[in-house]
Design a protein around this ligand. Structure first.
Ligand code: ACO
Length: 336
């Protein structure tokens, strides 16, 4: 987990402002207190101030006075954010009244802050579903230039040190796009490669996974992965990408040498791209639960600014780590 330490240190040296829309959620406010104490990020907590005060005193939090507190019912930028949301969504039929109502919803306010340049990233999902966290982000922040699809990657810290970078692999998409087309899958592969570069500090070797290796099976599902591999190489020729590969051919040198000889990725993949969300979501949970891996994510990628979703079963340290990751993504995005 040295990597997480590096991510935390990088966040400290170039402090970003991260907004936490679930500011009255217990784990979130405790994580905010630790983040502020450790100087990891500037924090905006969205929530009713009296409720925040109550939690600060209940948990004897010492650092929340360093946070900006935004009361969703009454804050200075409310009219600005209402107008911004209306302008962004009027072509989709949103009225100014609907915009005004949504400008009191913390999940919308968080995204509007980012869109207006008042925050660099957002973490939410300790008490809201993935869909509820993602929808305002997709509507307001939208995708990064040249990207049409958002996806979710996990840093998988496995116990199998012989794979990936001492057991660390990136898995995607495990969180967002249920049934990607070949071109969407290609974008997911490229975005995951870029996430690996931003966070892992090692050149990605991206395996496009399938039940077939190099034509061993003939099926439209394998054809989609072959086409996605071709498109991904076109999008970013600097990335090492290969497919279609079975998981064993992607990871195990001896299998790779017989099934995919000469591949620059097979047998040494550190990024696994799954053909659809069913596979990706099930795979990461199995590796986590049966294989004892630590799964950090989902790290949303392809968004114009970092918004990361939490599992509702998350711990205080999960929130702490995800804030540091969002800060790193924001730093990387500003360099591009
Ligand atoms: N990438 C980019 N934009 C997208 C994507 C995407 N993957 N999906 C939707 N959008 C955009 C749409 O184009 C639309 O934009 P517009 O309104 O400006 O035209 C906007 O987002 C809303 O789209 P809808 O289709 O109306 O939104 P929907 O209600 O389908 O929600 C969502 C999209 C939330 C991503 C949905 O696909 C979803 O729920 N995905 C699965 C999430 C999930 O449950 N994951 C598993 C759990 S997470 C875990 O276990 C870690």
């Amino acid at each position: 987990m040295d990597l997480l330490k590096q991510i935390i240190e990088r966040a400290k040296t170039n402090k970003q402002r991260i907004v936490l829309p679930e500011g009255t959620e217990e784990r979130t406010i405790k994580a905010a207190d630790q983040l502020l104490g450790d100087g990891i990020a500037d924090i905006t907590l969205i929530g009713e101030p009296s409720k925040i005060k109550e939690l600060v005193s209940k948990f004897e939090l010492k650092n929340i006075n360093k946070a900006d507190i935004l009361d969703p019912e009454n804050y200075p930028q409310k009219q600005t954010y209402t107008n911004l949301l209306f302008e962004l969504r009027k072509s989709k039929g949103m009225t100014i009244e609907q915009a005004a109502k949504l400008a009191t919803d913390p999940l919308y306010i968080g995204c509007l802050m980012i869109k207006n340049g008042d925050a660099d990233g957002e973490i939410a999902g300790a008490k809201n579903t993935t869909g509820d966290v993602l929808r305002p982000a997709l509507q307001i922040i939208k995708t990064a230039p040249g990207i049409s699809v958002v996806s979710g990657a996990f840093l998988m810290f496995t116990k199998t040190k012989e794979y990936g970078k001492d057991g660390l692999l990136l898995f995607a998409d495990c969180a967002v796009t249920p049934d990607p087309t070949a071109s969407q899958l290609a974008e997911i592969a490229v975005a995951t490669g870029h996430t690996a570069r931003a966070l892992v500090g090692e050149e990605p070797r991206i395996a496009m996974l399938s039940f077939s290796t190099k034509g061993s099976a003939k099926h439209p599902m394998a054809d989609k992965v072959i086409e996605a591999t071709r498109l991904a190489k076109d999008i970013d020729p600097t990335l090492a990408i290969d497919g279609e590969l079975q998981a064993d051919a992607a990871l195990v040198t001896s299998v790779a040498s017989s099934k995919a000889p000469g591949s620059t990725v097979a047998g040494k993949a550190n990024v696994l791209v799954f053909p659809n969300l069913e596979v990706g979501n099930i795979a990461y949970k199995l590796v986590q639960r049966l294989g004892g891996a630590e799964a950090v994510g989902p790290i949303l990628q392809g968004m114009a600014a970092p918004v990361n979703d939490l599992s509702r079963g998350c711990s205080v340290s999960d929130i702490y780590n995800m804030v540091a990751i969002a800060a790193n993504q924001a730093i990387a995005a500003k360099k591009q």
